[in-house]
Design a protein. Structure first.
Length: 214
């Protein structure tokens, strides 16, 4: 009887957890982003009587609309020219340049230059016997001092794939996987829980096939 109840509880938990986690993440994002504009909205007389929850929702929608409008404005010629000038300005600031440059590279890689992640690969990293899932980040190979070709491989951390470390890996030590970029990122974010159906074929391709890489 107890084992059956435990099984029912685990089944129910597995069914409700994705929904609960999704609701929590959405509530967290809406509440924190919406609270940014809430003090300004309270200065409007016709909004002062609204409950705090509704003000937060309105603030979130206004912020999303403002970001979308900013994207539309900066997509034009004048907007791109202004962004170029702003980029040049922040890159010349003594203390903020390093932070801005890192943030700009991360933003471009995640939101703009998604194609910079070329292939999902496996590498024996950080030592022999351990396999790490990584992504090729460039098309051009790097030539090592001994003449061998190598590629830049980014190893994301779980569950936050925006952080990680970069390694220069010899071509013969890289094994291509059948996973797409989206499947690889999902595998990392879930900490290995979202395991693809063909997980067992990882590493089955010989390193020589990587000669076909761009």
């Amino acid at each position: 009887m107890l084992s059956r109840l435990r099984r029912y509880f685990i089944t129910g938990l597995a069914a409700i957890l994705p929904v609960g986690l999704t609701v929590f993440v959405l509530w967290f994002i809406i509440s924190h982003l919406g609270s940014i504009l809430q003090p300004l909205l309270r200065h409007l007389r016709w909004l002062q009587q609204l409950p705090s929850v509704l003000l937060t929702l309105i603030g979130f929608l206004v912020l999303i609309g403002a970001i979308t409008l900013l994207g539309a404005l900066t997509s034009g010629y004048l907007g791109r020219h202004f962004l170029t000038w702003l980029d040049r300005f922040f890159r010349q600031l003594p203390f903020a340049s390093s932070v801005y440059t890192s943030a700009r590279q991360l933003t471009d890689a995640v939101f703009i230059k998604r194609s910079s992640l070329r292939k999902t690969v496996l590498v024996e990293y950080p030592r022999k016997g351990l396999l790490a899932l990584g992504f090729l980040t460039g098309e051009e190979p790097v030539e090592l001092a001994d003449g061998r070709r190598a590629f830049l491989v980014f190893f994301p951390t779980a569950p936050n794939p925006t952080s990680g470390w970069l390694a220069i890996v010899p071509e013969t030590d890289i094994t291509e996987t059948p996973l797409s970029i989206e499947e690889g990122l999902k595998f990392v974010v879930s900490g290995g829980l979202a395991r693809p159906a063909d997980f067992r074929v990882f590493g089955s391709k010989p390193p020589e096939e990587l000669r076909q890489l761009p």
